[in-house]
Design a protein around this ligand. Structure first.
Ligand code: P6P
Length: 338
């Protein structure tokens, strides 16, 4: 019987980020320590999502009363709390924006660092009870030179982010992250509690065969959007239609798009003039990752990463995925705007 080969030169996320940091002489290691706090949050959430499924005690409805009679908090609330506490105690963060908090969190001076973290602690949480993959999405800005850390440090175009990533909670926990030099994927090894490099240098196919959009909104789409998706469903003779895949959990839909190619979209429509997804902690991180993987992300009229949010919970339309597929949409929007 051949002996199973034991890997003893493990590339963990922490080691990989440190290696990356060493390439930048001025690196202080602050980003590495900050990402360790992000990892702690993701490990905590991964465990509790699994528990929630196993015990079905928490669920999204929350409010359940546990065995000691305490009000059981919703999973997204406790996920939010773990990230806020982990980020604050890292001493590397000045400003936090969470999908769960109406206002930005400005860290007290004695704990303030030089980074701003925008995050959705548990995106797609309404799907948990159905066992659908959910995830944490995050983006990181460095505070502007001379800034003491205020909300103006996060009301900036997404192209100024220094890190973007998500952690998808499914059969395993997969962290997909970019520090601006490509995209790498890591899988959580529960036995040693480390994210291990499993998907180095992710590159999205130049063109795909899958489209991912909520067709239930088709009645409200604008003309370019309708024309585009019809072109995928009813192609000219000799061309095959695209396949439709829509999970309704952004992390899961974007993860599949990054690996298989094609298009994911949450367009603006007559009901929602800016679409549904939030600029800072959904669209920007996913657009950053998509571009770093060789794809594109547009609102229909401009590059997503060039958008400047006016408020921390602003929304924007998004079409992201394979370069050639996004170019097709852009061409149709340009044709209609002439
Ligand atoms: P719809 C989940 O609630 C979410 O914020 C994203 O994860 C997902 O892509 C989108 O909303 C799904 O929205 O309107 O299609 O159910």
């Amino acid at each position: 019987m051949s002996e199973e080969k034991v890997t003893t030169d493990i590339i963990t996320l922490s080691r990989h980020v440190l290696d990356e940091q060493r390439k930048h002489k001025e690196a202080s290691g602050d980003l590495t320590l900050l990402l360790n706090a992000v990892q702690l949050g993701c490990k905590f959430v991964a465990t509790n999502v699994r528990k929630a499924r196993l015990l079905n005690l928490v669920g999204i409805a929350g409010g359940a009363v546990n065995v000691t009679g305490d009000e059981q908090k919703k999973l997204d609330v406790i996920s939010n709390e773990i990230f806020i506490n982990a980020l604050r105690s890292s001493g590397k963060v000045a400003v936090m924006v969470s999908e769960e908090d109406e206002k930005a969190i400005i860290v007290e001076d004695e704990m303030k660092g030089k980074y701003c973290v925008v995050f959705d602690p548990l995106d797609g949480s309404s799907n948990i009870d159905a066992g659908v993959n959910v995830g944490t999405i995050f983006g990181i800005y460095k505070i502007k030179d001379g800034s003491g850390g205020t909300i103006s440090d996060v009301l900036r175009p997404g192209r100024e982010m220094v890190v973007a990533g998500y952690c998808m909670y499914g059969s395993s926990a997969n962290m997909i992250i970019s520090t601006g030099n490509g995209v790498n994927g890591y899988t959580l090894d529960n036995a040693i509690g480390e994210f291990i490099l499993t998907h180095p240098n992710i590159k999205i196919p130049k063109r795909g065969k899958i489209y991912s959009v909520n067709e239930g909104n088709a009645k409200y789409w604008d003309e370019p959007c309708t024309e585009y998706f019809n072109s995928l469903k009813f192609p000219p003779e000799g061309k095959n239609p695209y396949s439709a895949r829509y999970i309704g959990s952004m992390v899961a839909d974007v993860h599949r798009t990054l690996l298989y190619g094609g298009i994911f979209a949450y367009p603006a429509d007559k009901k929602s003039k800016n679409g549904k997804l939030r600029v800072l902690y959904e669209c920007f991180p996913m657009a950053f990752l998509t571009e770093q993987a060789g794809g594109k992300a547009i609102t229909g009229r401009e590059r997503v990463l060039d958008v400047t949010p006016q408020n921390i919970h602003d929304r924007c339309p998004i079409f992201l995925g394979s370069e050639d597929d996004v170019d097709d949409i852009e061409t149709i929007y340009k044709k209609h705007s002439c």
